[in-house]
Design a protein around this ligand. Structure first.
Ligand code: NAD
Length: 473
């Protein structure tokens, strides 16, 4: 069986323990993975602390070169990384290739970003300069839905800014990240990037660790609250990218047949395990029936199977806990609405769930009000556009959202009223490295990507000088 190791201080090392990693398509362990202890977390933090002065003192162009070298290395190893990602995460190979491609593109993009000081004043009275300095050792905590691309939201800006890192993937998807460590080991100085794997038990210790100055966290809202609480004592910097319950609103002038495939994909990509998946679909009553029928047709025709098999459009759900949770959502939907496609587990081996469409369901039911994070789509009828905005906003979450219409200007005016960090028009989800992304309400704190995302990995320093060669008043 393949065996994956931790990256600590420039070396691939065994863990103090090991754990099996399950392929969600077979429910069988296909690899063993090193599992770090708290002692090894301390070692990783010590290595990152020791590496910090030299790394942060390097000219930014040297750090840019390292990011480019990492991007090249990801590209060179992309097929191996993608196949491994399918085995541990479950997604179809085409999507895994897309994720790996995205990761290298993010490294490349951040390599081109700038952190030059901003001059706010420079005249006879003085000079004021705003600088962006590194924070120190940064902990990056990643979930299991997009292990590689979400890592690439964090690692390149953090490195460009001169920080050193501890990266911790989720317990059920550690392998591609450890393989990434193996690939970049010779490209970064020892200790600059450390990658540890745990059995979902080191996140708290990372958050509380006195040697870590910032936690960049992506995961559930419940765990995000723990990170915020754990970081409070040391006033550790945090950025939290958390859960969502995105509303997708379809106005009355949409052609159901033309738009249904895009709306279906917005909800079902990655078997619905996307923070910004469309999780509540509000459709105007005048086109409700044809839209439900089109969505049900797409769900019934979808090819569900092992992500390594040709032609598969949807893989299994990533882990048993999530699989059982989604089956619970389906059970509740049987009571609260009408299932018109899917509605059960597929087969009896692997965490496969039939893509499921539920109609005649409304707000106040579990499937509409909570984050399902799986391939179960509630389609909700509405009559009044003003009222649907209020319903979309009546959520603890505020991550993304979208409005769809033939008249895009009309959709824009509705979109302005949605209380979430990102709102898309005639598309749902468009994360690019130069566009900031962050949640409102219980969906997050801070932002990733873009200049805002880069700044999150920096400490502001203002240098302000009086010119003494002239008398000041
Ligand atoms: P999770 O919160 O269970 O786990 C995320 C990570 O946190 C894992 O690495 C886990 O080991 C670690 N962790 C566990 N306990 C911890 C603790 N006490 N302190 C610190 N870290 C700890 O989330 P998940 O189930 O892996 O991911 C699914 C959730 O993530 C969904 O709610 C989804 O919407 C959200 N998500 C958000 C975004 C975003 O960008 N906003 C992106 C992807 C996923």
């Amino acid at each position: 069986m393949l065996n994956y190791k931790l990256l600590i201080d420039g070396d691939m090392v065994d863990g103090d323990d090991t754990m099996g990693v399950i392929n969600p398509a077979t429910e069988e362990a296909f690899a063993t993975c090193a599992r770090a202890s708290e002692r090894q977390l301390d070692e990783a933090v010590a290595a990152a602390t020791a590496a910090l002065p030299a790394w942060s003192a390097k000219p930014i162009d040297d750090r840019r070169k390292v990011l480019i070298a990492i991007a090249d290395a990801i590209q060179e190893n992309s097929e191996d990384l993608a196949r491994l990602l399918v085995q541990e995460q479950g997604k179809p190979l085409k999507d895994a290739r897309g994720e790996i491609f995205g990761a290298q593109a993010f490294f490349r993009h951040f390599a081109g970003m700038d952190l030059a000081p901003k001059i706010l004043a420079d005249d006879t009275t003085g000079r004021v300069e705003v600088r962006r300095k590194p924070l120190g050792v940064v902990g990056c905590i990643i979930p299991w839905n997009f292990p590689i691309v979400l890592m690439a939201f964090k690692v390149p800006p953090a490195l460009l800014a001169g920080n050193t890192l501890i990266v911790k993937p989720a317990a059920t998807t550690p392998l591609t990240t450890l393989k990434f460590g193996e690939i970049i080991k010779e490209l970064v100085p020892p200790g600059v990037v450390n990658i540890i794997a745990d059995n979902n038990d080191l996140g708290g210790a990372m958050t509380a660790h006195p040697g870590i100055r910032k936690i960049s966290f992506t995961g559930s809202t419940e765990t995000g609250k723990k990170v915020m609480a754990g970081a409070a004592d040391a006033l550790k910097r945090i950025s939290l990218e958390l859960g969502g319950n995105d509303a997708l609103i379809v106005l009355d002038d949409v052609d159901p047949k033309a738009m249904a495939p895009k709306i279906y994909a917005a909800a079902m990509q990655n078997a619905g395990q996307v923070c910004i998946a469309a999780k509540r679909i509000y459709v105007h009553e005048s086109i409700y029936d044809p839209m439900c029928n089109e969505l049900a047709k797409l769900a019934s025709e979808a090819v569900v199977g092992d992500g390594l098999e040709q032609g598969v459009q949807m893989g299994p759900v990533q882990n048993r806990q999530q699989f059982e949770k989604i089956l619970g959502f389906i059970d509740s939907a049987k009571e609260d609405g009408k299932i018109i496609a899917g509605g059960s587990r597929k087969g009896n081996r692997g965490y496969f769930i039939e893509p499921t469409i539920v109609r005649d369901i409304t707000d106040g039911s579990k499937l509409v009000d909570e984050e399902q994070f799986g391939p179960v789509m509630p389609v909700i009828k509405y009559a009044d556009p003003a009222e649907v905005v209020a319903r979309a906003n009546a959520s603890i979450y505020g991550l993304g959202g979208s409005v769809w219409a033939s008249d895009a200007e009309k959709a824009w005016r509705v979109a302005e009223q949605i209380e979430s960090g990102s709102v898309w028009i005639n598309k749902h989800g468009d994360l690019q490295p130069h566009i900031p992304f962050g949640g409102a309400k219980l969906s997050g704190v801070g932002a990733e990507l873009g200049e805002e995302g880069l700044n999150e990995f920096t400490q502001l320093q203002v240098l302000s000088m009086a010119r003494t060669d002239r008398p000041t008043r």
